[in-house]
Write a protein that binds this ligand. Structure first.
Ligand code: SF4
Length: 434
């Protein structure tokens, strides 16, 4: 780092360590892993037979080698003779190469020990840049460097829930002595609201949505620009009202009292879940996590009576008006769900080339991820018919993060095609969060 640069997020990022062979949901499954040109050059210098020896048995599956080399049982007759046969093929779009997943969706270099064959045989210097960096995310701003972690790794939720300082510690890790820029302050307001564990996560998200819309309206009014270009000369006090306890309490009361019809809210969550997971289901990805829930979601989405029955059976009578999809995520799992939302807000809501409109679309995307993760926790049962415990919850929420692991451009494209108004009014947040 240049001397004068501030580093944010060092404790969060520094507290992470990869579970390696003990990882229950490895990142090199069901993802197309990119191989940067420098790594590819190194691989080309290694004899193919040595690389083959570094492969796990997946490299001999039909998807990883051309069909003509397959035998009747689907295994290759002979070891791969080239990088292309191992499964490393050029990606014309990015200029990088890609490792095709093997037959069961795993990286061909993943060994039975669940360790990386390339790292084991040739050292960490020979693994692709993506694998070296993941799940760390580094953003370089003119005055600061930010380190954060992707929620697509199960260890990240564990790291977050194990931080001695808890969620407020996460926030202070991202505070800086300066008042850096407008979007940093917008994200800070959202983080402050969501990290408050005295408020249910759904209600906190609704409050944050209100604040975000209010910030947008004020910024547009002050500057005369649309949300993409509205950057008021905001000093710290511009945001003061959002930290005023009376203002926040008023917002929360209004949001809590405006709960929509639970059956309509449940239906919206079900339809969104089915839409977001459709392609993954067709590709057979994350089947253990998604399929049991998709089956239930399809049955419920098909029948208003079933939805009503579901809500009647799951809503606790007589308690405070419930927010959610007719049922409640247990407390320990709900903390992990909040952790997922916070991790995503920290790492996704701001990047050096984001503007306010992009930030709002990304926030909506995170709310959709909350909806998807919550539905997974509510509807998923294991083979014995039991609900997810903490370990399974972490896998389910990691799956939610991976399903939602789109780039900023892809998010914009989805929001523009799926919604007539890509920037939601508060009422749609209310319907979805329930
Ligand atoms: S998902 Fe995370 S813990 Fe698991 S192998 Fe990848 S980086 Fe390591």
């Amino acid at each position: 780092l240049p001397d004068q640069k501030i580093a944010a997020g060092k404790s969060f990022c520094g507290g992470f360590s990869c579970a390696a062979g003990a990882c229950p949901f490895t990142c090199c499954m069901q993802w197309i892993i990119s191989v940067d040109p420098e790594t590819l050059r190194k691989w080309e210098e290694i004899p193919v037979s040595s690389l083959t020896a570094a492969c796990g048995e997946n490299s001999f599956s039909p998807q990883a080698v051309p069909d003509q080399y397959g035998t009747a049982d689907g295994r290759a007759e002979r070891p791969p003779a080239s990088l292309a046969e191992i499964g490393t093929v050029p990606d014309p779009q990015s200029g990088n190469s890609r490792i095709r997943p093997g037959g069961n969706g795993e990286c061909p270099f993943l060994l039975k020990s669940r360790l990386c064959g390339v790292q084991t045989a040739f050292g960490a210097g020979c693994i692709p840049r993506t694998c070296r960096i993941f799940p760390r995310i580094v953003y370089d701003y003119p005055e600061r460097t930010e380190f954060s972690l992707s929620a697509c790794c199960p260890e990240v939720l564990k790291t977050l829930s194990g931080m001695e300082t808890g969620f407020p510690g996460l926030l202070s890790d991202f505070e800086t002595p300066e008042v850096p820029d407008f979007l940093w302050q917008v994200r800070r307001q959202i983080l402050l609201v969501i990290a408050d564990e005295t408020v249910p996560t759904g209600l906190a998200l609704l409050t944050a949505a209100y604040i975000l819309l209010d910030i947008r309206d004020r910024a547009v009014k002050e500057t005369g620009y649309g949300a993409a270009n509205a950057v008021p000369g905001a000093a710290g006090e511009w945001f003061g009202r959002y930290e005023n306890p009376a203002f926040l309490a008023e917002l929360r009361n209004a949001a809590a009292g405006a709960a929509p019809d639970p059956e309509e809210s449940l239906q919206e969550n079900l339809e969104l879940f089915l839409d977001l997971t459709k392609n993954y289901s067709e590709a057979g990805m994350y089947a253990d996590e998604l399929e049991p829930v998709r089956k239930k979601a399809e049955r419920l989405a098909d029948s208003r009576d079933r939805r009503r029955e579901y809500i009647n059976n799951n809503v606790t009578k007589g308690g405070p008006r419930r927010r959610g999809t007719g049922t409640e995520v247990p407390a320990s799992e709900s903390r992990l769900l909040r952790g997922l939302v916070l991790a995503e807000c920290v790492s996704q809501l701001a990047s050096p080339d984001t503007d306010l409109r992009d930030l709002m679309l990304t926030f909506e995307w995170i709310v959709m991820e909350f909806s998807l993760g919550r539905l997974l926790l509510i509807l998923w049962d294991n083979a014995a018919g039991e609900k997810a415990g903490p370990e399974e919850t972490i896998i389910l929420l990691t799956a939610a993060a991976r399903v939602m692991g789109f780039s900023e451009d892809d998010i914009e494209e989805y929001m523009e095609s799926a919604f007539s108004e890509p920037v939601w009014e508060w009422g749609y947040y209310d319907l979805l969060i329930g």
